[in-house]
Write a protein that binds this ligand. Structure first.
Ligand code: ADP
Length: 449
């Protein structure tokens, strides 16, 4: 038995419980049942003596006759009849118990035999046609009888055996009942040892507590596996993204060192790569802060109408150079509470994507930035009339490092996940509606003031 196992604890608990119940029962039998049995015997004794008196007939001159119906032994009671001089007329006696010659009217006395038996003796004087006659009844005290003592002794002997049997039987039953828990534990340990998070614990199919425990473990393994895979993917994506600028920096620095004339251009290339790395690292930092709840946006009043107008104007200058024009449809006076820099970043990211990916094959494009209130929210839509996003990509474009089909060179697939994190930290949400060939509409909702 393992000291700290639940099985041992349960076994000890109910063994003690059974022992206590047994002791209580024996005590009750000893004190209550024994008393009741003695009382009942005394009542029988009195009844039988009274009964016997009804079958005594006085004849004459100190003569008594007993009728045929008298029972000198009935209901475990021995009856004997005596005349006024306490001379026995007729009677039956248990072996070794006579009762002596002292008669006390309506008194129950006790005598003990050598075998340790206890007997009650009851004497009563009746007047039969004004002639006194004594009737004596004798009955064994059942609480002190040999059979009772034997049963009692047996019970006392059986209790320890019963407790031992209950402890052993209970231990075996509990162990069997806990076998599925052991299997679940072993399975979980196996998964931990092998490090194979794709393994799952088998369910028995009984839908019982053990199955629910297995489900809970499997659910935990699901999330661990997802987190672990995401981490793996993340590390591989980050390494992949950093590899290109690093390779550029290494090769350019080598060229620069070999060729003094080329060093100026090499430094420029290194600078560009360093900037790209720095931008990537700063985006990763934003996401990491968002994951750990350390993004802490400012809570200032923002005139979102004004901010949208301003951002659209600034982005339009850049977009125009790329052949894309930005138009606006902005509701006046819409205010939200949030972080100015973060909201700008959301708008710029979406407009930038619309300009980048929303262009038509001829290199032109139209982007529309709209702002309107919708219930308790301020809704910003960034729509383009570009190629749109196919169904296979649309659910994944919010994932980190996900790039659907045509992606720009300076992108790393982090823009939309940053938009999502920044929006959510403002208590808002994002959505996209797109049909291949019909453009896309990215929407962001902020709780309005
Ligand atoms: P990236 O750094 O590649 O721009 P994003 O997270 O901003 O990363 O975008 C993820 C992917 O979603 C992009 O690679 C692009 O394929 C797709 N995408 C984003 N915006 C649009 C858009 N307006 N139209 C079509 N595709 C888009």
């Amino acid at each position: 038995m393992k000291r700290n196992s639940i099985i041992t604890k349960i076994t000890i608990w109910y063994t003690v419980f059974i022992l206590v119940i047994a002791v209580i029962l024996v005590t009750i039998v000893e004190f209550s049942w024994a008393d009741n049995a003695a009382d009942a015997a005394q009542t029988d004794l009195i009844d039988e003596v009274t009964d016997a008196s009804e079958h005594i007939v006085w004849v004459s001159d100190g003569f008594f006759l007993l009728d045929d119906e008298i029972e000198l032994y009935d209901d475990n009671v021995y009856i004997s009849i005596y005349d006024r001089n306490k001379k026995l007329i007729e009677g039956r006696f248990p072996a070794g118990v006579y009762g002596g010659s002292v008669f006390e009217d309506e008194n129950i006395s006790k005598v003990c035999t050598e075998d340790g038996e206890e007997w009650f003796i009851y004497d009563r004087m009746f007047m039969i046609d004004r002639n006194p006659v004594w009737v004596r009844g004798i009955i064994e005290n059942p609480a002190e009888s040999g059979s009772f003592a034997f049963i009692f002794r047996m019970v006392i002997i059986c209790i320890p055996l019963l407790v031992i049997a209950a402890a052993v039987g209970g231990y075996i039953i509990t162990k069997r009942a806990f076998a599925p828990v052991r299997e679940v534990t072993e399975a979980a340990r196996g998964i931990q040892k092998s490090g194979d998070l794709s393994r799952r614990i088998d369910r028995s199919g009984n839908n019982d507590e053990i199955d629910r425990l297995a489900d809970a473990f499997n659910g935990m393994f699901d999330s661990l596996e997802t987190t672990f895979n995401n981490q793996k993917q993340f590390i591989s994506d980050v390494s992949h993204e950093l590899r290109t600028p690093l390779a550029v920096m290494i090769s350019q620095s080598e060229y620069g060192m070999e060729d003094a004339e080329y060093s100026g251009r090499a430094l420029q290339a290194i600078n560009r790569s360093a900037k790209s790395m720095s931008s990537l690292v700063s985006r990763l930092l934003t996401l990491s802060r968002s994951d750990s709840g350390r993004l802490n946006p400012e809570r200032e009043d923002i005139d979102l109408s004004e901010l949208c107008e301003l951002t659209a104007e600034q982005q339009n200058v850049i977009a125009k150079e790329k052949g894309v024009s930005i138009v606006t449809d902005i509701q006046e006076g819409v205010h939200i509470t949030g972080d100015y820099a973060m909201v700008i970043r959301i708008l710029v990211n979406l407009i930038d994507n619309a300009v980048k990916y929303g262009k038509n094959p001829d290199g032109t494009g139209n982007v529309k930035l709209s702002l309107a209130t919708s219930g308790c929210f301020a809704r910003v839509d960034v729509a383009d009339d570009g190629p749109g996003i196919s169904e296979e990509h649309i659910d994944k474009i919010w994932d980190r490092f996900y790039q659907a089909g045509r992606s720009s060179n300076d992108s790393a697939g982090l823009g939309l996940s940053i938009v999502k994190s920044l929006t959510e930290v403002h208590g808002g949400k994002c959505d996209v509606k797109s049909k291949p060939g019909s453009g896309s509409v990215f929407s962001v909702w902020f709780p309005k003031n």
